[in-house]
Ligand binder design. Structure first.
Ligand code: NAD
Ligand code: TYD
Length: 358
């Protein structure tokens, strides 16, 4: 196929939240898989941002780190002026449900306002006729991808799966902020014709996950013989996806996804929380006496489960990890990276930016 005028082979990706769990895995994945790509990682380094996750790519000339906030419009505009950005992949977010119950405000400003700032500046930079409010012509090949979550659909009962056409019924301040962002993204496509895609994926697990989420928290506590706090009856169900499978799915959407479309991403691994906790205990050779049932999370969603038919049939993506293999490797990774987790738990990792960049 002949190349269209203005189309370049090399992409310049603005990856936001790239120092977090999924973003850092994604940057490493893309730089390995696409030698022609350049990545600008924009991250404000909240408690969840850890540049140590990116040690492996720090010296790569195709990679640049910028410390900054997606809510900072002037700074974001400056980035679009400085770099020939062709893609935005927006991971930046406050991502933990429990924190959103304690302090929702920042979830609204980061997840909603931050997304709107990125969309608006992408529109301004990519529009061929920026002053014409009716024009929907954009530079060739540009794309804004919003990383969303299956939690925007709310909770399922015992039966059924989330499909892309379902209404949004979020139950926590976190999921409500992500659902709001999805609607803003939709409005930029419908009103301004901005080339966007959205992915909604299930719970991720794998290397470099901050130990406040279920799997790394339980692994770390179990290794250290600390109690394992299971909310309520432990029978809530999540549909687990290995982080590398999430990265390959976003890669497929960037390459082949239809503008304006939403893609569910799931690993077909429905597990009750208590099953996972028991699997971690067994793998580490510890006692089930470590399990402590604690008061349930308010508004706790009972079950999430993804129908991934659209992405598998239309884009040819499929998950490669079985849950058993993924968990085995993940537990081993935490055992092999005790120093990483010690620095995260002690807060020492937050000095890394000063040590490296200042
Ligand atoms: P994370 O909390 O590990 O990382 C979030 C990153 O965003 C951090 O590096 C943080 O410093 C950065 N950030 C936060 N506020 C920012 C701001 N205002 N400006 C710039 N950077 C900012 O999150 P994660 O688990 O890697 O999740 C990434 C994305 O994937 C999020 O949008 C989340 O909603 C979505 N998601 C996550 C999961 C999961 O299981 N972890 C599942 C579905 C969807
Ligand atoms: P989490 O990893 O916080 O992800 P999410 O809330 O986005 O699904 O929690 C996964 C499940 O594990 C959820 O049902 C809550 C439960 N959970 C516990 O039982 N104990 C814990 O200490 C944590 C962090 C989570």
């Amino acid at each position: 196929m002949s190349k269209k005028l203005g189309q370049t082979d090399s992409r310049v990706l603005l990856v936001t939240g790239g120092a977090g769990f999924i973003g850092s895995n994604f940057i490493t994945y893309i730089l390995q898989k696409h030698p022609e790509d350049t990545i600008i990682n924009l991250d404000v380094l909240t408690y969840a941002g850890n540049l140590e996750n990116l040690k492996g790519v720090e010296g790569d000339p195709r990679y640049t780190f910028i410390k900054g906030d997606i809510r900072d419009r002037d700074m974001v505009r400056g980035l679009f002026k400085t770099y020939p950005i062709t893609h935005v992949v927006n991971f930046a977010a406050e991502s933990h449900v429990d924190r959103s119950i304690v302090d929702p405000d920042i979830f609204l400003t980061t997840n909603i306002i931050g997304t709107e700032v990125l969309l608006d500046e992408a529109k301004r930079a990519w529009k061929i006729y920026p002053e014409d409010k009716y024009s929907k012509e954009y530079k060739e090949g540009v794309r804004f991808h919003q990383v969303s979550t299956d939690e925007v659909y709310g909770a399922l009962g015992k039966e059924g799966l989330f499909v892309e056409s379902m209404p949004l019924l979020p139950n926590s301040p976190y999921s409500a902020s992500k659902a709001s962002a999805d609607l803003i993204v939709r409005s930029y496509q419908k009103t301004f014709g901005l080339p966007v895609t959205v992915s909604r994926c299930s719970n991720n697990y794998g290397a470099y996950q901050f130990p406040e989420k279920l799997i790394p928290l339980m692994i770390n506590n179990c290794i250290n013989d600390r109690s394992l706090p299971v909310y309520g009856d432990g029978m809530q169900i999540r549909d687990w996806l290995h982080v590398i499978d999430h990265c390959s799915a976003i890669d497929a959407i960037l390459e082949k996804g239809e503008t304006g479309d939403i893609y569910n991403i799931g690993g077909n691994n429905e597990k009750a929380n208590i099953e996972i906790v028991k699997l971690i205990i067994k793998t580490l050779g510890k006692s089930e006496e470590l399990i402590t049932y604690v008061k349930d999370r308010p508004g706790h969603d009972r079950r999430y489960a993804i129908d991934n038919t659209k992405i598998t049939s239309q884009l040819g993506w499929k998950p490669t990890y079985t849950f058993e293999q993924g968990m085995k490797e993940t537990i081993q990774w935490y055992l092999d990276n005790q120093k990483w987790i010690e620095r995260v738990v002690s807060g020492d990792y937050q000095g890394y930016y000063e040590r490296m960049y200042c």
